[in-house]
Design a binder for this molecule. Structure first.
Ligand code: FAS
Ligand code: PHB
Length: 392
């Protein structure tokens, strides 16, 4: 098989890149190791920046998002038994975020790709990439007993943190930066009305909690938990009780509990691999970087990487210019590191670390009190949360 761009991974990064290239008439094949059902079964992000909404609109998959998604103008910070609203719309000069689950974004992109009859190989085993520094890189994979090879011009590594692409780069050609947090997030999905019409980020002596949602009847909640915890140790009753303890009295009283329909523990880490390009291989999304989900940046960073990469590849084929390709890594990383900083800052501010101690707790509280009392500080929080502009 031959194509112009071979995309490894059918998560949001790979699917969005495929849609951008298809719109420009560039041929691409997506090779995914799992089934479509498995990919859709992963419950992950919930908040989209305007930049991400615009990219999805740009490839024509925004209709259901605008019908079913929830535009949000703000969120609450909860600490010391009180809630403080962060007025995103007012503080960011009119920007908001869209609450719409990653699962739905992935479904919309998958449906559009299938409707257009574009090639996606699911259940591909033993995927490998070759000849990255030649003009004819290749991808190999196996389905059943048959080995396949794809000849292409470029390979997009959209295969996530555990994917094969970054791991195919000689260690000496890669610089990685990592911080693993000493706690995880226990997440629950429940068919219950959200406790509030906006998100609540809570910081308490017992740890962090987050009240989010997927719709007016589907809620998504998280509590900070120990990395030693197992999902089996958290009954629904224990989860709801712990969540209430970390919220203000009004929210705790208003919380509608119910059976969990999904329950999982996600570790938190900050990670960046530099550079994001190796010859004809480009890394995008979680394949290149990971942020703790506190700042709701993971999915949005993946989208903006793909925005940069898609336009660079289109420029190569349409304008015979490699300016975008040459500066892809530098451009993407400039945005990645700002989002890494914001996600690290929000995580450090709102979570209890084993070594936080009494003085550390006082520092966190003083920073929260300063934050909610300062227009400048709240404006900084707001402009980062809604997403910094994509520089050309
Ligand atoms: P993905 O990991 O989504 O997709 C990569 C795809 O590549 C997968 O389908 C995988 O099966 C495939 N793949 C892997 N190896 C392969 C191989 N060798 N060959 C072929 N295919 C291969 N972000 C937020 O903003 N908020 C959150 O609350 C949040 N929660 C998260 C919870 C968890 C458990 C995880 C892991 C991430 C979470 N994220 C969250 C971040 C998440 O949303 C990512 O940023 C987003 O999935 C990135 O999309 P992709 O880059 O497409 O990577
Ligand atoms: C979610 O709804 O899953 C979500 C929302 C905001 C975050 C993280 C996760 O910061």
């Amino acid at each position: 098989m031959r194509t112009q761009v071979a995309i490894i991974g059918a998560g949001p990064s790979g699917l969005l890149l495929g849609a951008l290239l298809a719109k420009a008439g560039i041929d691409a094949v997506i090779v995914e190791q799992r089934s479509a059902e498995y990919v859709l079964g992963r419950i992950r992000a919930g908040v989209l920046e305007q930049v991400t909404v615009d990219l999805l609109d740009g490839v024509g998959v925004g209709a259901r998002m605008h019908r079913e998604g929830l535009p949000h103008d703000g969120f609450d910070l909860c600490f010391g038994g009180a809630r403080h609203r962060v007025d995103l719309l007012g503080l960011s000069g009119g920007k908001r975020v869209m609450v719409y689950g990653q699962t739905e974004v992935t479904r919309d992109l998958m449906d559009a790709r299938q409707a257009a009859g574009l090639a996606t190989v699911y259940d591909a085993a033993d995927v490998s990439v070759h000849d990255l520094h030649t003009a004819s890189p290749r991808v190999r994979y196996r389905t059943g007993d048959e080995v396949h090879e794809i000849a292409c011009d470029f390979i997009a590594g959209c295969d996530g943190f555990h994917g094969v692409c970054r791991q195919s780069v000689p260690p000496g050609d890669l610089r990685t930066y990592e911080k693993v947090y000493p706690f995880g997030w226990l997440g629950v999905l429940s068919r219950t009305p959200p406790v509030s019409h906006e998100l609540i980020y809570a910081s308490s002596d017992r740890g962090f909690a987050l009240c989010s949602m997927r719709s007016h009847t589907l809620s998504r909640y998280y509590v900070q938990c120990s990395l030693d915890d197992k999902v089996e140790q958290w009954s629904d009753a224990r989860f709801w009780d712990e969540l209430k303890r970390r919220l203000d009295a009004t929210a705790a009283a208003a919380l509608v509990t119910g059976p969990s329909i999904e329950k999982s523990i996600a570790p938190l880490r900050s990670f960046v691999a530099e550079p994001m390009r190796f010859g004809r291989l480009f890394l995008a999304g979680d394949a290149a970087h990971i942020v703790p989900p506190t700042g709701a940046k993971g999915l949005n960073l993946a989208a903006t990487d793909v925005g940069y990469l898609g336009h660079a590849l289109i420029e190569h084929y349409r304008d015979r210019s490699d300016e975008g390709i040459e500066c892809y890594s530098e451009r993407a990383l400039a945005r990645v590191w700002k989002a890494e900083r914001f996600s690290w800052w929000m995580t450090s501010l709102l979570h209890r670390f084993p070594d936080t101690g009494e003085f550390g707790a006082k520092m966190q509280r003083a920073e929260l009190e300063y934050l909610v009392g300062s227009h400048a500080a709240m404006a900084s929080l707001a402009e980062n949360y809604v997403g910094l502009p994509m520089v050309a």
